[in-house]
Design a protein around this ligand. Structure first.
Ligand SMILES: [Fe+2]
Length: 421
């Protein structure tokens, strides 16, 4: 059973199963851990208002204290009932033969890939400049973001597909690029115009530039950060802001994103503990996208969540951290079956979601990669689950579930690379 416990009431030996905010933004390495020493206790108390303690994993003597606490202060909290979201897996999807044009999709993918590679090359040199403490030349960044923005306006699904290309190393570069592309995608869905998208995209691209001033051994530490290290890590937001302040061509909005992307609506964020009303709209957009990309990425020390799992977690963290309306819009944008997800159809086929349709959100276009016997197709084919022609030979391919790619050793990166070269 999980019990909600105020941080002040925590005792050594309690097993903390969940924090009140994304653990990726905490100094702790794992989602669940046993409180072993006073340093850890202080860290939890300084970063959380409350946590959830797992009574089953808590040793007996501590459990007794926990029970007293629980009886005197509060009723056990059942796992929070989520408000119904638009996520609904009960709809039936009828298999229809694809009328989706693979040629166009592949062409778009190649075009998006080129824009991405160009931006990636620029990010590498920009981060290297930042590391050496040089003044960042943001002129190129503006041109590239404008290119990415116009690409996304025309070519949304291919760009989103490419955000699945995540490598464990070179994390900050790929993360910056993905946060830029996903913020543009989200911004577009929110109805921003091209000028607004360019401003949002630039802030998103530069948001973590201050990390280049954080020592590598802290940035890539494969273990829990000490208090001191965590403070240094957190300083990246202010450091980035100070680096870019010298550039008088950047707007206040762009600088706000860089400084405030770790602010949270309850005032528990950093560096300024801003409250909801003082956090800008663009900053709120980037803060959602930033955490989404971080938790779906593989790092040296942990594997990323599936896009679908990540959306569920973000929704749980929403009340104290993210703007409700924006989060709901984000879930809608990324989709019920996010682009890039691996899905199993009821027929047994396995495929990758490549395109969402506004009018049929439960019926995406899927690239089939394995047949019903879990054998790879030599040539991958696309099926449009919303199409009206049903190919009887394949049976009904309703989406059965979202899969973790590891379950069948599917190398999503390899597939995307092969399709976009
Ligand atoms: Fe950051």
């Amino acid at each position: 059973m999980k019990i909600k416990v105020s941080s002040e009431d925590l005792k050594l030996g309690m097993y903390i199963s969940e924090l009140d905010h994304p653990w990726i933004e905490s100094p702790f390495l794992f989602q669940g851990f046993l409180l072993k020493d006073n340093e850890e206790l202080q860290q939890v108390q300084s970063t959380c208002k409350y946590v959830y303690v797992d009574t089953e994993k808590t040793p007996f003597d501590v459990k007794a204290k926990l029970e007293v606490l629980s009886a005197s202060k509060q009723k056990p909290v059942k796992k929070k009932k989520r408000k119904p979201t638009k996520i609904d897996f009960t709809d039936t999807v009828i298999l229809k033969r694809s009328n989706f044009d693979k040629g166009t999709f592949t062409e778009n993918l190649i075009k998006a890939r080129k824009a991405r590679d160009k931006t990636r090359g620029y990010i590498d040199s920009m981060l290297a400049e930042a590391k050496m403490g040089k003044i960042i030349d943001t002129h190129n960044a503006k041109t590239l973001v404008a290119e990415l923005a116009s690409n996304i306006v025309e070519n949304l699904d291919a760009s989103m597909w490419l955000t699945q290309l995540k490598a464990r190393d070179e994390y900050t570069a790929i993360h910056s690029l993905n946060v830029c592309v996903l913020s543009l995608t989200f911004g577009r869905a929110l109805g921003l115009d091209i000028n607004q998208l360019e401003e949002l995209g630039l802030g998103a691209l530069l948001h973590d530039i201050g990390k280049m001033q954080v020592p590598l051994e802290i940035l890539n530490k494969p273990g829990k950060l000490t208090n001191e290290e965590f403070e240094i890590m957190k300083s990246h937001a202010e450091k980035g802001y100070e680096m870019l302040l010298k550039d008088d061509t950047l707007t206040k909005e762009v600088l706000n994103i860089v400084r405030s992307h770790h602010e949270r609506i309850s005032g528990q964020g950093y560096p300024d503990k801003l409250l909801d009303k003082n956090i800008s709209y663009y900053t709120k957009i980037v803060s959602i996208v930033d955490v989404y990309d971080a938790i779906t990425s593989d790092r040296v020390y942990h594997d990323g969540m599936t896009p679908h799992e990540a959306l569920k977690r973000l929704y749980e963290w929403m009340p104290d951290n993210y703007d409700t309306k924006l989060m709901q819009a984000f879930i809608k944008t990324i989709g019920i079956y996010p682009v890039g997800s691996v899905v199993e159809l009821k027929t047994g086929h396995i495929g990758l979601v490549v395109k969402l349709s506004e009018s049929h959100r439960l019926k995406p276009v899927v690239m089939l990669i394995m047949n019903r016997h879990k054998e790879y197709y030599p040539r991958r084919k696309l099926v449009n689950l919303a199409s009206t022609i049903w190919d009887k030979r394949d049976g009904k391919p309703e989406i059965k579930r979202i899969l973790d790619a590891k379950e069948f050793n599917i190398d999503v990166k390899k597939i995307i690379n092969e399709e976009s070269l």
